[in-house]
Write a protein that binds this ligand. Structure first.
Ligand SMILES: CCCCCCCCCCCCCC(=O)SCCNC(=O)CCNC(=O)[C@H](O)C(C)(C)COP(=O)(O)OP(=O)(O)OC[C@H]1O[C@@H](n2cnc3c(N)ncnc32)[C@H](O)[C@@H]1OP(=O)(O)O
Length: 132
């Protein structure tokens, strides 16, 4: 998913296809949640801090049709020590089809390195859990 930073928010355009189908012709709720969670990951890039999703809440307001352009927006609404509070929306035209809030927790780079797969070099210059 291509993301753009706009005034402290992260924006993305997305069209879901048959691979993300739940009920016939409609997007699976898990795909909607994954897209919003991924967008919150983009907010971490703006904040230049590694963190992981600790809690994700999605309000599904309207069925989300496949093959229809969707617009997503996310931002960090508050920080509280290691906790980052996020909020985001997914819209189809003028209608908000889903809203999400999440709590991320800042972690050290070692959290990701534990998988054994190298992390991008850029991440190393960023703050970790110790950052206020
Ligand atoms: C390109 C650049 C990207 C840069 C970004 C890099 C990231 C990219 C990746 C993008 C990823 C994209 C997204 C993904 O896919 S992230 C993948 C999905 N998420 C995970 O795998 C996370 C798994 N969980 C953990 O690793 C640990 O549980 C974490 C690290 C979250 C906390 O374990 P840790 O031992 O470190 O800390 P702590 O337990 O002392 O908790 C600390 C504080 O947080 C509070 N708390 C914790 N959990 C919850 C909860 N569920 N509800 C409410 N509160 C919770 C807790 O009470 C405490 O608060 P307080 O007592 O201090 O007040």
């Amino acid at each position: 998913m291509q993301m753009q930073a706009v005034d402290g928010e992260v924006h993305a355009d997305l069209t879901l296809d048959g691979r993300m189908e739940g009920a016939p012709g409609l997007a699976h709720g898990g795909a909607i949640a994954a897209a919003l969670d991924d967008l919150f990951g983009g907010v971490l890039v703006l904040l230049e801090t590694p963190a992981v999703t600790a809690r994700l809440n999605v309000e599904y307001r309207l069925p989300v049709p496949l093959h229809t352009p969707l617009h997503l927006v996310a931002r960090c609404t508050a920080t509280e020590g290691r906790k980052l509070h996020m909020a985001g929306t997914m819209s189809a035209g003028e209608a908000i089809v889903a809203e999400a809030s999440a709590m991320f927790v800042r972690v050290e780079i070692a959290h990701f390195e534990a998988s054994g797969v190298p992390v991008p070099d850029a991440w190393r210059s960023w703050g970790g859990a110790a950052r206020g």
